[in-house]
Design a protein around this ligand. Structure first.
Ligand code: NIG
Ligand code: FE
Length: 437
């Protein structure tokens, strides 16, 4: 089997001798690393890691000045990567995006600068409905093409796993179309992708005044078809003021549960919507946004298995209040941070920027922010048994940084790309883009 040895690693970040599915509270500051390390990849898996020079049992020869050449006796092809002065991280796991969309919405962005709110733009047919119109007019192939560009961009920024939602279809046909695009992306992209059905993202204009009828459509037509074609791993509802109520959400999640669709929901972005409570009632894997989270909501989350997912890109871009992530961790909760990559409230999938925002705006320590964007993100997608940390047997999705001083430098030096090489599924996905920068 093909092997890759990454040698002379200055520091190997987020190693787990005993892998956990997520980390919470104080544990989030206890990030484990290994200095002067090596990492061996076999096939698409992390085979082993250690300090200094790897065991000769792997057939790797020490030439006296560090590891340079594979031993000539070795049967399988071995690639050696010299990571002198560089750090190795597990890839980012971005647990919340809407990155399948058509075109862009920068004109609304200017309207926002002029003073219109997100909800006002939505009310006059802009926002999500604008993206739904554009999506309707765009072919599946073109949507795949546009999304692939975004996927390649985030690969280069260090993301290795991503969740993608539907929700710009809003008709049976177009929701299925979006989910088929996501299925195609799963087939052709080296990223690990999970898909979420978000039929209840916004009320289409022709259902105005008949919200119950649209909820019926989601329940009676969309969910059964999505389930019968196995197009989604999870189900989502935008449970918030001006969008879907707690009662709508309860009905939809109940219907989804009957088809084995576990919730990952949008909750409490615009108000104390009750979304957290209804999500927890249906054993949500994650509850996301959470700008409006008080004592009651934190108490509810403590008793649950739901991962709170914070989306700093949306709060930043819409210039809105920030979720109380610090208070959540201090209360003993886990948190994940994700990009929310979408054309309306967060047109960026840059997880390095999210890592910086987690530290700067939300006062997470770098160690906590690294867990929030890797292992806890993986949990919020249901893939943390296989991704999100450096552990023997886990999938080899990781990145090698440019020469940098410490792991704290990653969130500190915000705005620039610190990733030099990416390995996904044990394959080098991108090499030396930025040697000279
Ligand atoms: O997560 N809040 C709801 N949905 C997206 C925004 C989608 C859009 O505006 O296109 C979000 O922020
Ligand atoms: Fe979202």
């Amino acid at each position: 089997m093909k092997q890759i040895l990454i040698a002379n690693i200055k520091e190997l970040i987020n190693i787990e001798e005993h892998p956990q599915l997520s980390v919470a509270g104080k544990e989030m500051s206890l990030l484990k690393t290994l200095k002067n390390a090596w990492l061996l990849i076999e096939g698409d898996r992390i085979r082993d890691y250690g300090t200094g020079i790897p065991d000769t049992g792997y057939g790797i020869r020490d030439t006296g000045s560090g590891i340079q050449d594979p031993a000539s006796s070795i049967q399988d092809p071995l690639t050696v990567i010299d990571a002198t002065d560089r750090l190795v991280f597990p890839s980012f796991c971005d647990a919340h995006t809407h990155l399948v969309y058509a075109g862009s919405r920068e004109i609304e962005y200017v309207d926002k600068i002029r003073g219109l709110s997100y909800e006002e733009i939505a009310k006059r047919g802009g926002g999500i409905l604008n993206s739904a119109k554009l999506l309707h007019e765009t072919s599946e192939d073109e949507l795949v093409e546009q999304a692939l560009g975004r996927l390649n961009e985030i690969i280069n920024l260090g993301t290795g796993a991503v969740e993608i939602k539907s929700g710009y279809g809003l008709t049976v046909e177009d929701e299925l179309k979006m989910l088929r695009v996501i299925r195609k992306l799963k087939e052709i992209s080296p990223l690990t992708i999970v898909s979420t059905f978000l039929g209840a993202h916004a009320l289409p204009a022709d259902y105005r005044g008949r919200q119950g009828d649209y909820v019926d459509l989601v329940i009676n037509e969309m969910i059964p078809q999505v389930a019968s074609e196995e197009l989604a791993d999870y189900i989502d509802v935008f449970c918030d003021r001006g969008f879907f109520t707690m009662e709508d959400t309860d009905r939809i999640l109940n219907a989804g549960m009957k088809y084995g669709l576990r919730p990952k929901i949008h909750a409490n972005e615009l108000d104390y919507s009750g979304g957290i409570q209804v999500g927890v009632k249906y054993n949500a894997l994650s509850v996301d946004h959470l700008e409006y989270t008080g004592k009651k909501e934190i108490a509810c989350l403590i008793k649950s298995e739901a991962m709170p997912v914070i989306l700093p890109g949306a709060a930043f871009f819409l210039n809105m209040t920030s979720a109380p992530a610090r208070r959540m961790i201090d209360a003993g909760l886990p948190v994940a941070f994700a990009s929310d990559f979408n054309p309306g409230s967060s047109p960026s999938g840059n997880m390095q920027l999210i890592l910086s925002m987690a530290c700067i705006t939300y006062r997470l320590l770098p160690e906590e922010a690294i867990f929030a964007t890797t292992l806890n993100g993986a949990y919020a997608m249901g893939v943390s048994d296989d991704l999100g940390s450096i552990a023997r047997g886990k999938k080899a999705n990781l990145f090698i940084t440019k020469p940098i001083s410490t792991y704290e430098f990653m969130p500190y030096a915000y705005g620039s790309n610190k990733v030099e090489r990416v390995i996904l599924n044990g394959e080098i996905a991108r090499s030396e883009i930025a040697k000279n920068s």
